[in-house]
Design a protein around this ligand. Structure first.
Ligand code: PRX
Length: 652
C-alpha cells in the first residue's frame, strides 16, 4: 500500500452523531452483520427477503466484467411485491397512500387493491400482444398506474424502461428505439404546479420517430382532450382487462432474466441502457431497504420523495418497499405547490416515519427557511435519508435539526443507476454518523479508494472510488453495447469497477464522496474536489447553495469560480464576496479561495436535481454553452452568464 493520492483533501468535519441506545435497541441491523461472511450474508438475504418458485443452486458467478447471481433460481417480481403479501393475510394493509397535486386528490391503495390493479393491467398488456420478453416503455408522471404498469410488466416477464415524465420527445424516442419497444404506456397529461404537462402529445411526437411502437395505452389523469390514433392508441379504461388474479398467474422467471433498463446519460449524447436482472436486483433492493431504512413493515409509513422515473424511485419507491411489504407515501407534485410547506403537511397527515430525499431538495428547503416545517408536527419521523449528491455538512445539520428534531439518524446513501442498490451507507442504530460522510460499505460490499496508478490510498488520502467484488444488483451491462460497458467501468483498473466518483477514506475507514472525477479542479498542482469548496461556502450562515467550477488561469493553471445562492434570495455585495472568499480560506486554506464569485438566485440543475458543473465551467470560461437539454430550467444558465459578465469587473 502506498500513500500516493490523487485528490487533495482539505475539508475537516469533526461533528459526530453516535446512535442512541433507544434506536439501537430496536434496530434491524446490529454490528454483527458486518462480521457475516459475504456469501452467507447474500444467501441469507435471498431467502429471508424473497420467495422463490425454485431455489437457486449457485449463489453467484464472476467472470469480469460480467456477473450472474442466484443461478438456477426462479421467481416473479410482482408475486414478491404483491401477491404473497395478500396470501399471508396482509391484503388490507395500505401499500401506497397516494396524494395527487390538486387539493384533496387522495387514494389509499391496499395490497389487495394493488393485486387487482396489477392483474388488470397485465391482462390488458397481454390482450394487446405483450408476452414474456416484449420490451415496454412507460412515460408517466407520479400516478399509481406507473408502479402498477411496471409490476404488470414484471408479472408477464416483459422488460420495461420507464422514461422520466420531464424528458422530451427526442429523449423518449431515442430510448424506445434503443430498446426496441413495441408498446408504450403513457397518460393524457400530468399535473405540475397547477398546470398540465402534455405527456400524450409529447409521446405522439416521440412515436413518430419510433416506428417500432405499434401500441400505446393511455391512462386518463386530467381528463382533458388528447389526440388518439385509431388502431394504435387505446384508453386504458376502454381496454382494461380482468382483475381476477387466477386469470393471470405470475410468470416464473429466471434469476438472470432482464427486468428493466434504466437509461442514464454519459459523456456522449447517446444515453446508456443500464441493464438490471430479476433475482439479484430484487434481493439487493429489498435487503438494503430493510437494513438501511430499518423498515418495520407493520409500524412504519415510509416516504421516498424521488420520482419513480429515476433509479431511486425504482429501487426505493417500487421494488424494495413493496417486496418488504411496506406502507409508502407516493406524491405526485412539487414540494412548493401550492405552498412551501406541502411536504411537511404530507408528513403530518400520514404520520410519515421515514423520509428519503436528495440534498438538492434539502438545500431548497433551507433557502425557503425553517418556518415552513415548523408549522407542522413532524414528531412521527424517526429516520431520514439522503441520496443523489454529496450532502454538504451544513445541509446535513439543518436536516437533522429542523426536520429530524435532533432525534432521527440520517443515512447518507451512496449508489448509482448502475449499482441498482445502496452500496455505501450508515446502518441506523449501528453507525456513528458524520455530516458529509456516507460512512461504510454495506455488508457484503467491498469498496476502496485507488490512486491513479491503481494503488489503494491510505487513510486521509483522496482518489477514485472502486468496487472490488460484485454485488447482486450490479448492472449486467449496457444494453447492446459491450464495448462501451468495458470502456466506461472496467478499463481504468483491471477487474475492478470504476464508479467515476472521487472519494477519501478517513482514519475510521469512513468514506467521504468528493463528486464526479470529471469535476475535480487543479489549482497550482493541487487537485481539489468541488464538494469541499462548496461545503465551505454553504458553511457560511448566509449561503443556501453553492457550486464551483474551474476556469483556465495563466498563473495557477486553473482558478476556482464560485456560483452562490444566498438564503432568502438576497443579492450579494462586493463586501459579501470578500467575506465568502475569506471564509473558504479560513475553512479549508487559501489554495481553495475562489478567484471570483457570482451571486445567482438559482443554480443550473438536471431534472433529477444534480448541479450541472459542466455548464458552469462553460460560463466560467466564457465559452458557448454545451448540451443544455437535460437542464430542469434552461433559462437559469443564461441568467448566470449575464451575472457572470457583470461580476467580471469585480474580480481580483
Ligand atoms: O456522483 C455520485 C452521486 O450520484 C451519482 C449517481 O447518479 P445516478 O446514477 O443518477 O443515481 C442517483 C441515485 C442513486 C454517483 O456516481 N451520488 C449519489 N448518491 C450520493 C452521491 N454522491 C455523494 N453522496 C451520495 N450519497
Amino acid at each position: 500500500m502506498t500513500t500516493e493520492q490523487t485528490i487533495d483533501t482539505l475539508f475537516l468535519e469533526e461533528r459526530r452523531y453516535p446512535p442512541s441506545a433507544e434506536f439501537a435497541a430496536q434496530a434491524n441491523a446490529t454490528s454483527a452483520i458486518y462480521e457475516e461472511d459475504f456469501e452467507s450474508f447474500w444467501a441469507r438475504n435471498a431467502s429471508e427477503r424473497v420467495s422463490w418458485f425454485e431455489p437457486f443452486s449457485t449463489l453467484y458467478e464472476w467472470e469480469p466484467p460480467y456477473t450472474k447471481w442466484f443461478l438456477g433460481g426462479k421467481l416473479n417480481v410482482s408475486y414478491n411485491c404483491v401477491d404473497r403479501h395478500v396470501e399471508h393475510g396482509r391484503g388490507a394493509k395500505v401499500a401506497f397512500h397516494w396524494e395527487g397535486e390538486p387539493d384533496g386528490d387522495l387514494r389509499a391503495i391496499t395490497y389487495e387493491d394493488l393485486q387487482h390493479e396489477v392483474v388488470a393491467f397485465a391482462n390488458t398488456l397481454k390482450e394487446l400482444g405483450v408476452e414474456k420478453g416484449t420490451p415496454v416503455a412507460i412515460y408517466m408522471g407520479m400516478v399509481p398506474e406507473l408502479p402498477i404498469a411496471m409490476l404488470a410488466c414484471t408479472r408477464l416477464g416483459a422488460p420495461h424502461t420507464v422514461v422520466f415524465g420531464g424528458f422530451s420527445a427526442d429523449s423518449l424516442s431515442d430510448r424506445m428505439n434503443d430498446m426496441g419497444c413495441e408498446v408504450l404506456v403513457t397518460q393524457d397529461e400530468a399535473w405540475r404546479r397547477g398546470t398540465t404537462v402534455p405527456l400524450k402529445r409529447i409521446a405522439d411526437d416521440a412515436m413518430s420517430d419510433a416506428p417500432g411502437v405499434k401500441t400505446c395505452i393511455v391512462v386518463r389523469r386530467t381528463g382533458n382532450d388528447v389526440p388518439m390514433a385509431e388502431g394504435r392508441d387505446h384508453w386504458y379504461h376502454d381496454v382494461r382487462g380482468s382483475d381476477d388474479p387466477a386469470s393471470c398467474p405470475p410468470e416464473p422467471m429466471d434469476a438472470e432474466d432482464l427486468l428493466f433498463l434504466m437509461y442514464t446519460s454519459g459523456t456522449t449524447a447517446k444515453p446508456k441502457g443500464i441493464a438490471h436482472t430479476t433475482g439479484g436486483y430484487l434481493v439487493g433492493a429489498a435487503a438494503t431497504h430493510y437494513y438501511v431504512f430499518d423498515l418495520k413493515p407493520d409500524a412504519d409509513v415510509y416516504w421516498c420523495a424521488a420520482d419513480v422515473g429515476w433509479i431511486t424511485g425504482h429501487s426505493y419507491i417500487v421494488y424494495g418497499p413493496l417486496c418488504n411489504g411496506a406502507t409508502s407515501v407516493m406524491y405526485e407534485g412539487t414540494p412548493d405547490y401550492p405552498d412551501k410547506d406541502r411536504w411537511w403537511s404530507i408528513i403530518e397527515r400520514y404520520g410519515v416515519t421515514i423520509l428519503y430525499t436528495a440534498p438538492t431538495a434539502i438545500r431548497s428547503h433551507m433557502k425557503w427557511g425553517p418556518e415552513h416545517a415548523a408549522k407542522h408536527d413532524l414528531t412521527s419521523l424517526r429516520l431520514l435519508g439522503s441520496v443523489g449528491e454529496p450532502i454538504n455538512p451544513e445541509a446535513w445539520v439543518w436536516y437533522h435539526e429542523n426536520i429530524g428534531g435532533e432525534r432521527c439518524p440520517i443515512v447518507d446513501t451512496w449508489w448509482q443507476t448502475e449499482t441498482g442498490m445502496i452500496l455505501i451507507t450508515p446502518l441506523p442504530g449501528v453507525t456513528t454518523t458524520k455530516p458529509g460522510s456516507a460512512t461504510q460499505p454495506f455488508p457484503g460490499v467491498d469498496a476502496a479508494v485507488f490512486s491513479e496508478s491503481g494503488d489503494e490510498v491510505g487513510p486521509g488520502g483522496g482518489g477514485y472510488l472502486v468496487l472490488k467484488r460484485p454485488w447482486p444488483a450490479m448492472l449486467r451491462g449496457i444494453f447492446g453495447d459491450d464495448a462501451r460497458y468495458r470502456e466506461t467501468y472496467w478499463s481504468k483498473y483491471d477487474g475492478v469497477y470504476f464508479a467515476g466518483d472521487g472519494a477519501r477514506v478517513d482514519e475510521d475507514g469512513d468514506f467521504w464522496l468528493l463528486g464526479r472525477v470529471d469535476d475535480v479542479m487543479n489549482v497550482s498542482g493541487h487537485r481539489i474536489s468541488t464538494i469541499e469548496v462548496e461545503s465551505a461556502l454553504v458553511d457560511h450562515p448566509e449561503v443556501a447553495e453553492a457550486a464551483v467550477a474551474a476556469r483556465n488561469d495563466a498563473t495557477t493553471g486553473q482558478a476556482i469560480v464560485a456560483f452562490v445562492t444566498l438564503k432568502g434570495g438576497a443579492d450579494g455585495s462586493v463586501a459579501k464576496l470578500e467575506e465568502l472568499r475569506n471564509h473558504v480560506a479560513q475553512k479549508i486554506g487559501p489554495i481553495a479561495k475562489p478567484a471570483n464569485i457570482v451571486f445567482t438566485p438559482e443554480l443550473p440543475k438536471t431534472r433529477s436535481g444534480k448541479i450541472m458543473r459542466r455548464l458552469l465551467r462553460d460560463v466560467a470560461e466564457n465559452r458557448p454553452l454545451g448540451d443544455t437539454t437535460t437542464l430542469a430550467d434552461p433559462t437559469v444558465v443564461e441568467e448566470i452568464r449575464d451575472r457572470g459578465q457583470a461580476e467580471a469587473g469585480k474580480e481580483d
